[in-house]
Ligand binder design. Structure first.
Ligand code: ADP
Ligand code: MG
Length: 310
C-alpha cells in the first residue's frame, strides 16, 4: 500500500439481515482512499450508509465483504493495530453519567493501555475547551460539551486518524463553530480527519475532498473545489420567436442546447460569463428573444441530482 494513504476501502459491502429472511444492502461495494493529512468528508442523506461504514472501521459492525486497510493494517488480520490507529467519535452521544470528564478520559486511556506518564488528559481537555468542566458531573454538561467530550475521548491514545460521525448533529451554532475549529486545529497538527455529515455547508467549509454517498454507493468523489465549481454553473433558457439553428456553441465556454417549444438553453459558469453578455451574443446571432428563464445550480442541486439518479 502507498505510504501516503491513511485509509483504503476496497469493494466494501454490508448487508444487514432483517427479520423473516429479509435483508438490506446498506453498503454496495464501495471503494475509495483517504490520504494522510487530509480532511475527508463523507456526505450523504440519512440512511445513505455513512454510519455503517464508520462502525465497520470501529469494529462494531462486521462487513459482509471487501477489504479495509487502516494506516497500513488490514482490518481482518490486524484488528488491534487498526483500533490503535483510529479514534472514533460516534454519532450517538453515550457518556456514563456517573463520571467526570477527567475521570472518563483516564478510564479510556487505561482501556487503550496508555501509561499514566504518557497521558495527555489536561491537554485534551484544553483543546476541546473542557478544562472548566474537568471535574463536573456529566449531567451538568450541555449537548455540545458532551459531543466535545466524545472527541476528547477519541483522542486519548493519540491516533493518527480521527473519524467523526455527524459531529455537529444537535450542537448549537457557537459550539458547532468551536468543534469545527478543534477539528481544523487537530488537522493542522497532522491528524487525518474523516467526517460524515448530511450538511453540505459543513463539508464545504472543512473538507479537502468529499465523497457523496447515497443508497450505499459512492455517487461522486472529488476535491471540494471541483465539486463546488459545479455550483458556479448556471443555466439560461431563451424562448425565441424565430427558432433556428445557430450552431452548437456561442463561444468556447457556451454550449447551446436545443429544446422543444422554440427554446434554447445555455449552461454557463458565472465566474466566466455574465447574463448580459450571453443575451447580447444570442441577439447577435439574429434570434429574437421572447422570454428568458434562468436556473441556478448550487451544491444542493448537485447533491439532489447526484442522489436522485440511483
Ligand atoms: P447514515 O449514517 O448514512 O444515516 P446508516 O449507515 O445508519 O446511514 O444506515 C444505512 C441503512 O442501513 C439504513 O437503511 C438503516 O436503516 C440500515 N441500518 C443501519 N443499521 C442497521 C442495523 N443494525 N440493522 C438493520 N439495518 C440497519
Ligand atoms: Mg449516521
Amino acid at each position: 500500500m502507498n505510504n501516503s494513504i491513511a485509509l483504503e476501502i476496497k469493494n466494501v459491502g454490508k448487508t444487514y439481515k432483517l427479520q423473516d429472511d429479509n435483508s438490506l444492502k446498506a453498503l454496495d461495494d464501495i471503494t475509495f482512499n483517504v490520504k494522510q493529512g487530509e480532511i475527508f468528508g463523507l456526505l450523504g442523506p440519512n440512511g445513505a450508509g455513512k454510519s455503517t461504514l464508520i462502525n465497520i472501521l470501529g469494529g462494531t459492525v462486521i462487513k459482509s465483504n471487501g477489504l479495509v486497510n487502516v494506516w497500513g493494517f488490514d482490518l481482518d488480520l490486524n484488528p488491534r493495530q487498526v483500533r490503535a490507529s483510529i479514534g472514533i467519535v460516534p454519532q450517538e452521544i453515550n457518556v456514563d453519567p456517573f463520571f467526570t470528564p477527567k475521570k472518563l478520559l483516564d478510564i479510556q486511556a487505561g482501556m487503550y493501555g496508555v501509561a499514566k506518564k504518557d497521558r495527555i488528559t489536561d491537554k485534551i481537555l484544553e483543546l476541546t475547551s473542557l478544562t472548566d468542566k474537568a471535574d463536573s458531573y456529566m449531567r451538568s454538561l450541555s449537548g455540545g460539551m458532551k459531543r466535545r467530550l466524545l472527541l476528547a475521548k477519541a483522542m486519548v491514545h493519540q491516533p493518527p486518524i480521527l473519524i467523526l460521525d455527524e459531529p455537529t448533529a444537535g450542537v448549537d451554532v457557537d459550539l458547532r463553530q468551536k468543534l469545527l475549529e478543534n477539528v481544523k486545529e487537530l488537522n493542522k497538527q497532522g491528524v487525518t480527519i474523516i467526517l460524515t455529515t448530511h450538511y453540505l455547508q459543513e463539508a464545504e467549509e472543512l473538507c479537502d475532498r468529499i465523497a457523496i454517498i447515497n443508497h450505499g454507493k459512492i455517487v461522486a468523489l472529488d476535491k471540494t473545489e471541483n465539486l463546488l465549481s459545479e455550483i458556479h454553473l448556471k443555466k439560461i433558457t431563451f424562448k425565441v420567436k424565430n427558432f433556428k439553428n445557430i450552431g452548437d456553441k456561442l463561444d468556447d465556454h457556451l454550449k447551446i442546447e436545443y429544446l422543444k417549444n422554440n427554446q434554447i438553453s445555455i449552461k454557463y459558469d458565472k465566474t466566466i460569463n455574465n447574463i448580459e453578455d450571453i443575451i447580447f451574443k444570442v441577439k447577435e446571432k439574429g434570434l429574437e428573444i421572447e422570454d428568458i428563464m434562468t436556473e441556478d445550480a448550487d451544491l444542493e442541486d448537485v447533491f439532489i441530482k447526484l442522489t436522485k439518479n440511483l
